[in-house]
Design a protein around this ligand. Structure first.
Ligand SMILES: [Zn+2]
Length: 173
């Protein structure tokens, strides 16, 4: 996953300062999707209304990427309940956009709910990308020291969920 980390760092490094100054937290993931990649983020009540949505699993969809439309859809219900999950979903779909859209798929349907995370390679890659984008290593190490490892403080600082924050700690320390 080291190369995924580098892809996310490269995206952050290329951002103009009016999008992000490389320091202020949380990382403005929706502005990055919008301004840097021209992707419209939509909060959608009925994910099943997506063209080609899998019928059985639509209720479990957290997000999807529609490359041809340049849109990221996030599950509005889930996003309202769990704002950190919305951020992670956007980061995850951005990972697909940066790393996987050349694969020729019309749409990517994602369940990025940590508890349901699939073992599929590109899903793992997209989630690793999201973690690296939302919790940049150099800032995470700094803030982790500042907070003396307190998970709740880190969640507030990075706008991340407890599960995602704990995974980031486990992967970096
Ligand atoms: Zn995905």
């Amino acid at each position: 996953m080291r190369d995924v980390e580098e892809r996310a760092e490269a995206v952050l490094a290329q951002l103009p300062t009016y999008v992000w100054d490389q320091d202020t937290l949380p990382v403005p993931v929706e502005d990055i999707a919008d301004t840097q990649f021209g992707l419209l983020v939509r909060d959608v009540e009925d994910m099943a209304s997506a063209p080609g949505a899998p019928l059985v699993e639509h209720h479990a969809l957290s997000g999807l990427l529609l490359p041809a439309r340049g849109e990221i859809w996030v599950n509005a219900h889930e996003a309202k309940q769990w704002p950190p999950r919305r951020r992670f979903t956007i980061g995850h779909e951005l990972g697909h956009w940066v790393m996987h859209r050349a694969a020729g798929q019309q749409a990517l349907f994602c369940r990025v709910n940590e508890a349901e995370a699939k073992a599929r390679d590109i899903e793992e890659e997209a989630s690793a990308f999201a973690a690296a984008l939302l919790m940049p290593q150099w800032l995470f190490v700094r803030e982790h020291a500042r907070a003396q490892g307190d998970v709740a403080t880190l969640c507030r600082t990075f706008g991340s969920s407890i599960a995602a924050t704990q995974r980031r700690i486990a992967s970096l320390f």
